[in-house]
Design a protein around this ligand. Structure first.
Ligand SMILES: Cc1cc2nc3c(=O)[nH]c(=O)nc-3n(C[C@H](O)[C@H](O)[C@H](O)COP(=O)(O)OP(=O)(O)OC[C@H]3O[C@@H](n4cnc5c(N)ncnc54)[C@H](O)[C@@H]3O)c2cc1C
Length: 555
């Protein structure tokens, strides 16, 4: 039945006290903290491209694509209509649009296409802006990026693959790579019986011909329990040979131009990260080429995981930024008890605390990105990159779910509703902490770096000490760390305490050097005070809330 009046004119349907639509966001121009960090960390020449990307990726229609790609998750198409194995996954067109945006803007490739000062910083700034809108495409971007160093060590395949992996053309066709303009790379490590402990892998590889070792052909048999982005063109895969765990590149198509024998069993029904597919895959005499040295698969994988971890920590910082922006928008337009939320003292405390967390996470990621840019020329930066990546991966990823939840709560009930985008961010956040080394494993890796990498502790202490004298709580935190970094039998038990302290002190020292004193003071008097318990909205009365909100507001 057609209503006599349009619904909008119903006398009961007066929409009051609701925020206006946010519309397009300019994720570059509206974020002065990001702009300053990018220039400071060496990527001034990338400002024009970042500025253009920030406008594009923050547009309302891109947020809409992200919503669609997550609402209509990928579907497995294991067989064609005649029962032939296909092993394909079909995605909503919005996912392909997002992938195209990511590939065209070099989210997986900028750091390698423009190697040198500012390259990783630019790459991470691109990631930071993209992940505010959509995190699902980040997984194939991160894996493609981190496959480049091991592939470079394997000339037999690098010429064919690297130019396509670094291409700005998104080519989703499921055809042999030689016919493609661009390609992406996934990773098969985790098996049912063990993910953190890849030594428990049971997949094995036998040489196909008389050749052995790097660059030669093998046949792999086994299963892989978590295989994300299964439509990638190839996968770096761990399997045992007689010499031990080794790394292989397994493409979707074999050199004869036939489908390689990898069988997608099912897609995972995941909490979040729903625009991206994650599969279980069986390998049965599956053709692959050895990448890196035989028996040194763990070393190869660690190198790759270092790469994907910088994506995880930057993506977590990004989601915190967008969650804060959404919360601020709501609070600025919503009244309760006769006053805007943004004017209520306790809400101001929560919002400023969220702003501090997001800023300190981004600043930490960008500093690690700079260290990566200088790693090949500067040993101390290489050590800082090694330990700093693990620290930032642990802490940024650990903080994001709690932060996003708090931003959701700032919206009251509306934050729990899908259109607010907070549920999507909230569901996405935990995976950054789980994959590429779950929390404990990453903390143990921080200890490993301290133990095995001679320069790691001196590099990180030297970085922090540049801020000595900026705040008494920072000074005492640096002093306390000098004790904590002397490893004892008990250190493993306290690895989270040690990593958290390292993260907070490093963040405090970076803010002390690069942010106004009201940011440093609020950060140190909360995060570095002995009574800090981590809940948001617990800044002390001395915090200059007005200045913090003004600095971090996109408005
Ligand atoms: C959505 C999603 C996509 C994924 N995609 C991929 C992919 O594409 N390719 C791939 O290879 N893997 C992928 N993974 C797998 C992921 O990397 C693993 O889940 C992760 O490494 C943990 O391994 P696990 O699940 O076997 O957990 P386990 O190894 O069983 O660990 C369980 C817990 O124990 C902790 N733990 C382990 N060892 C220790 C220790 N010594 N001391 C204290 N605590 C410890 C871990 O930190 C973790 O919290 C994906 C996972 C998810 C959720």
């Amino acid at each position: 039945m057609i209503p006599e009046k349009p619904l909008a004119d119903l006398p009961t349907h007066q929409v009051e006290n609701m925020p206006p639509h946010m519309g397009d966001q300019d994720l570059w121009q509206s974020d002065q903290v990001l702009r300053k960090a990018v220039v400071r960390e060496g990527a001034r020449s990338s400002v024009p491209l970042l500025s253009a990307f920030g406008k594009t990726v923050g547009a309302e229609n891109v947020f809409e694509l992200a919503d669609q790609a997550n609402r209509f998750p990928p579907q497995l198409k294991a067989f064609d209509r005649y029962g032939m194995r296909l092993n394909q996954v079909t995605f909503h067109p919005a996912y392909h649009d997002l992938m195209e945006l990511a590939v065209q803007n070099e989210l997986a490739s900028f750091a390698w296409n423009h190697e040198g000062p500012g390259a990783h910083v630019t790459n991470m700034a691109l990631v930071y802006m993209m992940c505010q809108t959509e995190g699902g495409v980040l997984c194939p971007m991160a894996m493609t990026y981190s496959s480049i160093p091991p592939l470079r060590s394997t000339p037999a395949i690098s010429d064919e693959w690297i130019p396509r992996l670094l291409s700005k053309q998104y080519d989703p066709r499921d055809i042999p790579v030689t016919k493609k303009a661009g390609a992406t790379m996934g990773m098969f490590m985790t098996e049912k019986q063990g993910g953190s402990d890849v030594r428990s892998n049971s997949t094995h590889a036998v040489a196909e011909g008389s050749g052995r070792g790097i660059g030669t052909d093998y046949l792999l048999t086994g299963h892989k329990y978590f295989c994300s982005a299964p439509m990638c063109d190839a996968f770096l895969t761990l399997a045992y040979t007689e010499e031990g765990l080794s790394c292989f590149m397994v493409p979707r198509w074999n050199p004869q131009g036939e489908r390689n024998s990898l069988y997608i069993q099912q897609l995972k029904d995941k909490l979040g990260n729903r625009s991206n597919a994650s599969a279980e895959i069986e390998l049965q005499d599956t053709w692959g080429v050895m990448v890196g040295d035989e028996g040194h698969g763990i070393r190869t994988i660690i190198e790759m995981v270092q790469g994907t971890r910088i994506y995880c920590c930057t993506s977590s910082a990004a989601m915190m930024r967008q969650a804060f922006v959404q919360a601020l928008h709501y609070a600025a337009h919503r009244k309760a008890f006769g006053k805007y939320l943004i004017d209520q003292p306790l809400m101001r405390n929560v919002l400023a605390d969220l702003a501090l967390e997001a800023e300190s996470a981004m600043v930490l990621s960008m500093r690690v990105a700079r260290a990566l840019d200088h790693s090949s020329q500067d040993e101390s930066e290489a050590s800082l990159a090694r330990i700093g990546t693990a620290i930032a991966k642990y802490w940024n990823c650990k903080r994001a779910p709690a932060h996003i939840f708090e931003a959701m709560e700032c919206h009251g009930g509306s934050g729990y509703i899908e259109e607010s985008i907070l549920p999507r961010l909230y569901r996405e956040a935990p995976v950054n902490s789980i994959w590429e080394g779950s929390g404990n494993v990453v903390c143990l890796d921080v200890l490993r770096a301290m133990q095995r990498e001679e320069g790691a502790v001196p590099a990180i202490l030297a970085e922090m000490e540049q801020a000595i004298g900026a705040h008494p709580l920072l000074d005492s935190s640096i002093d306390a760390l000098k004790e904590l970094v002397i490893l004892t039998e008990d250190s493993e038990f306290h690895a989270r305490n040690i990593t958290e302290k390292l993260a907070l002190t490093l963040q405090g020292s970076l803010l002390a050097r690069h942010a106004p004193s009201f940011i440093t003071d609020a950060f140190c008097t909360s995060r570095l005070a002995p009574e800090y318990r981590g809940a948001f909205g617990t800044l002390p009365s001395s915090a200059d809330i007005g200045s913090i909100l003004k600095r971090t507001s996109p408005m």
